[in-house]
Design a protein around this ligand. Structure first.
Ligand SMILES: Nc1ncnc2c1ncn2[C@@H]1O[C@H](COP(=O)(O)OP(=O)(O)OP(=O)(O)O)[C@@H](O)[C@H]1O
Length: 308
């Protein structure tokens, strides 16, 4: 369990995290999202004791990180996969971590197998691709068999197999009752593997809900799309029944306040040929862009939303 309570972190005049409260629960994959500079890494760094909060508090397994008797067993962390000594082999890197925490060689071999690093375990980490580095970072996070895992952008640099592997791994870890907090810019990926999503912007909480609830908030969710040869009479008739209609290109109408059945029935009544009729569902990405639209710190001129 990770509890973040009224957390504020300032660096001089920059407020990186601003009164943030959320909980990541056991048995759950919690996705942590926000535009660049939103304060995700800072929050994670405070949770694992690398930064001191300006005010507020964070706890892992009910305790402040500094008070945990065996931190590596309580919380596994991958914040920066590049923070490995480039001259050390993967095996030596993990062994050094294990030895400082009283963990045996057998466990080192176990996590090497679990992360698919057997064939490269004796290669120096400096020669690793980004994807292999990510796997090594995850192996380090798993070493202490922790009940809580914090993974910052674990999918970065992984090939499609690696992405699928991470998806299964985090789902399995949560199914074992562990708490998983995971940041990613790949919305589609998060929608597939997270149960809940905490979205922040400019250090503040924008949303904390299930993926399903957040997707349902996107503008398209709940609308009906109809494409017809004759949109105008259909639009008039639908508006007369109390629906809201937004005409789009190519004879398409986006209809709110009416079901697919209602729209089909009205179309038949006014003798319009329907070419396409479907209920629209939003995506996590759309909901995210709508939520974070005003909270983007750096945005290229002319772009909307600003997610990487
Ligand atoms: N050590 C630091 N000193 C000064 N400012 C910092 C420091 N660390 C972070 N910041 C600032 O705090 C804000 C939040 O940064 P943070 O790295 O936590 O965001 P993030 O959501 O992780 O972004 P990204 O997705 O780009 O990694 C940014 O404005 C950043 O420039």
């Amino acid at each position: 369990m990770i509890e973040v309570e009224a957390l504020t972190k300032r660096y001089g005049s920059t407020t990186a995290v601003d009164g943030l409260t959320f909980t990541a629960r056991p048995g759950t994959v919690t996705g942590f999202l926000g535009p660049n500079g939103a304060g995700k890494s800072t929050t994670m760094r405070v949770v694992v004791g690398l930064e001191r909060p300006t005010s507020g508090s964070t706890k892992v397994a009910g305790q402040r990180y500094a008070d945990l008797p065996a931190p590596l067993h309580a919380v596994g962390v991958m914040l920066d996969a590049r923070s490995v000594h480039p001259g050390r082999t993967a095996y030596k890197h993990l062994l050094a971590m294990a030895q400082t925490h009283g963990i045996g060689k057998a466990r080192v071999r176990e996590v090497i197998a679990q992360t698919g690093l057997e064939s490269v375990a004796t290669r120096r980490a400096g020669t690793f691709s980004l994807g292999m580095g990510q796997r090594l970072g995850i192996a380090g996070a798993l070493l202490g068999d922790p009940a809580t895992l914090i993974l910052d952008e674990p999918v970065n640099g992984l090939d499609p197999d690696g992405v699928l592997w991470i998806r299964r791994l985090v789902r399995d870890l949560a199914a074992e009752g562990r708490t998983v907090l995971l940041s990613s810019h790949l919305m589609h990926e998060l929608a597939l593997c997270a149960d809940r999503v905490v979205i922040i912007g400019r250090g503040r909480l924008l949303a904390d809900a299930t993926v399903h609830e957040i997707v349902a908030r996107s503008e398209r969710a709940g609308a009906v799309r109809v494409r017809t040869t004759d949109p105008e009479p259909l639009a008039r008739e639908l508006i007369a029944t109390g629906a809201q209609v937004a005409p789009q290109e190519g004879g398409v109408l986006q209809v709110r306040g009416a079901s697919v059945d209602d729209v089909g029935t009205v179309a038949r009544r006014c003798g319009v040929t329907v070419l396409e009729l479907s209920a629209e569902s939003g995506t996590l990405e759309e909901a995210y862009l709508q939520l974070t639209g005003d909270a983007v710190e750096y945005r290229a001129a002319g772009t909307q939303g600003g997610a990487r």
